[in-house]
Design a protein around this ligand. Structure first.
Ligand SMILES: [Zn+2]
Length: 350
């Protein structure tokens, strides 16, 4: 080789975890949701944790649990194969789909076993519930006596079963109903794994619709414990947010019409600190979030199509998945097809 020869080009790098999914017949909703859930960084800790997988395989007792455990196990095996993929391969999620068909038989989710179009938001709720129930184990540690009410409420919620999914995707609200006549307050704690926000109106931003979701609500018909029938004002404040915050846009009306208005958002980092309670003590209060994944729904309610865009955190690159097709993109597009945005907390600033 002479001295002035150009250096050889670097060998092509295999891409870890870039893997499309075969459509098994109207399963674009399922394929997109699988891509999004496996993109949670916590999922990498789950599918590589052999002791956790062994425990799931042993199937906990209880009427619903064995099915949730078998769905979770099949989902782990599918995502293991997908993460083992190098350079844009394709997987056929048939074994996983068959487990779902088996698990939903005779339940309210029976339709998920049929080759029909389904709602991606409902399917994501179902899959996360299955994964939580399939991995849940009772918590062994009590919260200390001097723990805050929010910390105690959180421990109570998960006392029967706690899982990596509860930590990764659930937040905690304090909901206060204040009587408009006498000022009496009743307080309850609610956990949630999705924020359902309205479609932005003209000129509204993402921050505006989150503020709308958090706005005090007047409830005209209410019975106060102290002074009887009257009205109340309900306020909802964050006490804790998960590292993966799922925001669902309310695109479908009660009559199943679709609202096609675009979501105006440029993908810049976002803070939820203004919507935290003044006395919230969880560290998530100061977290800054950025997009991790988006679910897009094209077309109308019936016969529409789902695709998604997710960040591959191993390769630090963005991919759009449309069933089998994986396309490298600069980042998600937000617009008239945006149905769900998953926000991920930035890793600094804990
Ligand atoms: Zn009252």
């Amino acid at each position: 080789m002479s001295d002035d020869a150009p250096p050889p080009p670097p060998p092509p790098q295999p891409l870890r975890g870039v893997c499309g999914l075969v459509n098994l017949g109207n399963t674009c909703y399922m394929n997109s949701v699988i891509q999004i859930v496996r993109a949670f960084p916590e999922w990498a800790a789950i599918y590589t944790d052999q002791s956790l997988i062994d425990r799931i395989k042993e199937s906990p007792t209880g009427p619903a649990m064995p099915l949730a455990a078998s769905v979770t196990h099949a989902f782990i095996e599918l995502t293991q194969s997908m993460w083992a993929c190098k350079s844009a391969m394709v997987c056929r999620p048939l074994a996983f789909y068959q487990k779902i068909q088996e698990a939903v038989r005779g339940t309210i989710y029976e339709d998920f076993g049929r080759p029909l179009p389904h709602d991606g938001h409902e399917y994501m709720t179902y899959l996360l519930d299955q994964a939580h129930e399939g991995m849940a184990a009772p918590t062994v540690t009590d919260s200390p006596n001097d723990a805050s009410p929010a910390t105690k409420a959180w421990a109570d919620i998960w006392a029967r079963g706690h899982s990596p999914i509860s930590e990764a995707t659930f937040g905690l609200d304090r909901v206060v109903c204040r009587c408009n006549a006498c000022g009496h307050e009743s307080v309850r704690w609610e956990h949630f794994n999705m924020l359902k926000v309205p479609i932005p109106g003209p000129g509204q931003t993402l921050a505006d619709v989150i503020a709308t979701e958090r706005a005090p609500l007047l409830i005209a018909e209410y019975k106060c414990d102290k002074c009887g029938p009257g009205s109340t004002t309900l306020t909802r404040e964050f006490h804790r947010l998960p590292p993966n915050l799922i925001v669902v846009f309310d695109r479908f009306t009660e009559t199943r019409q679709k609202i096609h208005t675009a979501v105006a958002y440029d993908g810049s980092p976002i803070s939820f600190t203004p919507h935290f309670a003044a006395d919230a003590d969880h560290r998530s209060r100061t977290w800054i979030y950025e997009p991790l994944a988006t679910l897009d729904h094209m077309g109308n309610h019936f016969g529409g199509h789902y695709a998604c865009t997710v960040r591959n955190f191993v390769e630090d690159s963005w991919w759009q998945y449309d069933d089998m097709r994986a396309t490298s993109v600069r980042g998600p597009d937000f617009g008239a097809t945006t149905y769900i945005i998953v926000f991920r907390r930035q890793s600094s600033g804990d």
